[in-house]
Design a protein around this ligand. Structure first.
Ligand SMILES: [Zn+2]
Ligand SMILES: [Zn+2]
Length: 217
């Protein structure tokens, strides 16, 4: 069995995304995905709530701001504090029963772990559809994953519904969260996808700022 999953999506619970739970499931199905990982910044409440409310396979996750950059934990049901070292953050993810992904390790302007990555991680996000500059970030992340012999995954880092699924990971696994994350850790996965056009990203940023402005006034 094969799972098609976007492993990096932010929702309204992230405070920097406009994706509502309904939109998340709508666009995921529209793109032919069979699972989505919700990886809001430094919190898991939204992911856990949405996972309970839908039949769609939601992998609860978190994107943690470690001392040296962002780290995604998949299958993590508890908040892991921000500001810890990379090694400690990865340990906490493992203690929580999750897998640690070095997300967008070489993207500029994103808070990337870069050279702090190590084989303690379970996987490298070699394709991040929002990474800039995309080709360089993808090439460097792929080289590093190969050097460290780590599995490669992909996600969009979507903050806006219609881009969900533009990058995705094919995983040879049953459609359950436990099976999916185990298969990722074993490397039974392949990353696919394209960059989100820069113009779309700039438009989305404007959309977010407008919504934020309306909410706060
Ligand atoms: Zn990030
Ligand atoms: Zn992100």
């Amino acid at each position: 069995m094969q799972v098609k999953a976007d492993l990096h999506v932010h929702t309204v619970y992230s405070n920097d995304s406009v994706i509502t739970p309904k939109e998340l499931v709508f666009y995921a199905k529209k793109q032919g995905l069979t699972a989505v990982a919700i990886t809001d910044h430094n919190q898991v409440e939204g992911a856990l709530k949405i996972a309970k409310e839908t039949d769609f396979v939601i992998i609860p996750g978190i994107e943690i701001s470690s001392m040296h950059g962002h780290i995604v934990g998949l299958n993590v049901g508890e908040r892991i504090p921000r500001g810890l070292s990379v090694a400690e953050t990865v340990d906490r993810i493992h203690e929580a029963g999750g897998v640690a992904v070095a997300c967008h390790p070489f993207a500029l302007l994103k808070g990337s772990v870069g050279k702090h990555i190590s084989s303690k991680f379970d996987a490298v996000e070699t394709i991040n559809a929002s990474a800039f500059p995309f080709n360089r970030a993808t090439r460097k992340a792929t080289q590093l994953a190969e050097q460290l012999k780590l599995p490669k995954v992909a996600g969009t880092d979507a903050h806006y519904g219609p881009v969900i699924g533009k990058a995705y990971t094919l995983i040879r696994s049953e459609e359950s969260v436990d099976a999916i994350v185990k298969a990722i850790a074993k490397g039974l996965c392949e990353p696919y996808g394209n960059p989100i056009p820069l113009l779309t990203r700039i438009e989305n940023q404007g959309r977010f700022l407008w919504k934020y402005f309306k909410r706060s006034h």
